[in-house]
Design a protein around this ligand. Structure first.
Ligand code: GSH
Length: 204
């Protein structure tokens, strides 16, 4: 099995899960700045030209949530509720909510402060961020209320939804996300950081 990755939030979910589950895979880092994700060989695996991608024999998968579900099935862990249709529905709710609402709300902060510095795209444009605060607050309120009295996003246990929702928000401090009033989110993110594979997901 190969997992193609760059040092960014969507691959991070997959790498963390693979490490957490002890999956034996070859981790193939791609050079974003050299255009590796847009090379014909890579586009044949993922026509979107994005990471991560998983190749396992004849199976080629892109989209990190699908890859995480695949890894879970492979490892037989309960991070994806394979035998629980109602649990799957609950997870799908949060995976969809992330991709439609939460990820776009946190992405401007993450991009300006983390993506730019990781890949040498220049300094953060802080003037671009005030316009992003309203959306951030709107959806942070939803997540914060949901996490009151909970340590995890769904099913009262660690699932792939936690990794999906946390991958950009985990960087809230250095990204200067206006998180101060959302104590339940902070508690949840700090809790995830106690999982060694989440705190340090990157292959050596
Ligand atoms: N929805 C996709 C997102 C994939 C994605 O946007 N990957 C980013 C890194 S986080 C990427 O490869 N960006 C490079 C590019 O767009 O050129 C997933 O969850 O896998």
């Amino acid at each position: 099995m190969q997992i193609y990755w760059i040092e960014a939030q969507a691959p991070r979910r997959v790498l963390a899960l693979a490490r957490h589950l002890g999956i034996d895979a070859e981790f193939v880092e791609q050079d974003l700045r050299a255009g590796a994700l847009k090379a014909p060989g890579y586009l044949a695996l993922n026509p979107n030209g994005k990471a991560p991608v998983l190749v396992d024999g004849d199976t080629v998968l892109w989209e990190s949530s699908a890859i995480m579900a695949y890894l879970r099935v492979k490892a037989g862990s309960d991070l994806w509720p394979a035998d629980d249709p109602a649990g799957q529905v609950e997870l799908l709710r949060w995976l969809s909510w992330n991709d439609q609402h939460w990820a776009p709300a946190v992405a401007p902060f993450y991009f300006e402060h983390v993506v730019k510095s990781t890949f040498g795209f220049g300094p953060p444009d802080r003037d671009a961020l005030p316009a992003a605060v309203a959306d951030f607050s709107r959806y942070a309120k939803v997540l914060d209320a949901h996490l009151a009295g909970r340590d995890h996003v769904a099913l009262n246990r660690l699932t792939i939804a936690d990794f999906q929702l946390a991958s950009m928000a985990a960087h809230w401090r250095e990204s200067e996300m206006p998180m101060a009033e959302f104590g339940n989110i902070i508690r949840w993110l700090d809790g995830l950081m106690r999982i060694p594979a989440w705190a340090q997901p990157w292959p050596a």
